[in-house]
Design a protein around this ligand. Sequence first.
Ligand code: SF4
Length: 517
Amino acid sequence: MLTKLLIAGPEVVGLSGAHFLRVDASSLTALTEQAFADVSHLLRTGHLEQLRAILDDPEASQNDRFVALELIKNAVIAAEREFPSCQDTGTAIVTGKKGQNLLVNGPMRAAIEEGIRTTWASRALRYSQMAPLTMYEEKNTGTNLPAQIDIEAVEGEALDLIFMAKGGGSANKTFLYQETRRLLEPDRLLAFFDEKIRTLGTTACPPYHLAIVIGGLSAEQCLKTVKLASARALDDLPGDGDITGRPFRDRGLEAQILDLTRKMGMGAQFGGKYFCHDVRVIRLPRHGGSLPVGMGVSCSADRQIKARIDREGIWLEALERDPARFLPQVQTAPEAVRIDLNQPMTAICAALSKLAVSTPVLLSGTMIVARDLVHAELGRMMAAGQPLPGYMTDHPIYYAGPAKTPAGHASGSFGPTTAARMDPYVPELQGRGASRVMIAKGNRAASVVQSCKAHGGFYLGSVGGAAASLGRDVIRKVEQIDFPQFGMEAVFRIEVQDFPAFVIIDDKGGDFFARPQ
Ligand code: SF4
């Protein structure tokens, strides 16, 4: 549902005997600012209904229900509009269609960029865009620009837009497969998706809205359709094709693939039924010699919002402002083992060594935060034979990068990032006594499992997508202690109280994600 905004709308003007709508560029800036502010803090009502349905499903696993409850609680905090729902506040993407009889009074791209700049500067969001200075050197742009802006020219006098804030972990789960006609057999197609969907893993914070596109006049058309389908922007497509080559949704195949995902056992991050909320399958026309197949997801930070400018005014999709109504009256949490992090690393590892894989834990004490850029530096130090900083051996490592801290709080939204990017460094770090306990999200390489077994290490999984509740209720203190030049990727020392996690990899070769699910 779209609601009308109190922003100056377009006026009708006559030009060369024709009528046009003319909207001021400043209105487009104001619309962009509000759209990205809303989408950073609020979710769609339908998405929250799907999370609530997990709580009410007796077939959902206990871990499915735990993740769903954490995500609803996170939505409640984010809706207060201080903490963004996720620490990765995303790349700003604006896509849509502009009628040729709608005129923007001023530079349209600059107007949209100004709205993005203002939203990221004025709210506790995170700047994620890296400018390449040379092929090998990069620097954060400090504005979250550039943005991806793709607006198509069409007939008419309306401007229809979708604003998306796409996180890196979610974007990384977009895939293109160049297949052939041979794939278009029912059994073969299902087997193909059974294999490919498993490779999505849990690093993009399920439950997912999964989008699959079969066909396309080009690879880029296929993948653009994936993005729009994952945003549920193509839901009104017809249910069958015709000789014109019109796109259609295959709702039968959607149901079959959803069923497939429910039986995979990966569940909402830690095992169960709810790997996906829903599935969209779209069939496009294709060149007879190619069959592009695309797959992508919208993650638990399900951030997209529709807008429209037309003769009646300026409109924006109404997102859910009261997510608390989806909380159950009685909230139960799995029995968790408390781990004191303010003890020597050998004692922390001894405590974790008593626990079975998948045991829930509550961590309290000191952690070190370090991610991609710091690990690259540590890799260089090790290659140069230099000693590692003491904090790497003394404390557990949390792979994360915070959003800005809202005034009056100790931390901003501060959820886990994808652990797998740090995998190549783990064996050598652990060989030097560092990174014995790692905390992040998603599955890890077999080399990490082997390293933990060889060096007595552990990997603990945190709920991806619940960054606002970690930032407001769990992280008590944040102090930058090294590599300040890396901004949000610097090394931080943080104090946590009852940080929830699960044992994913233990010191005996156990790996939660490698178990038969
Ligand atoms: S919910 Fe997960 S995948 Fe989505 S933006 Fe946040 S960290 Fe990335």
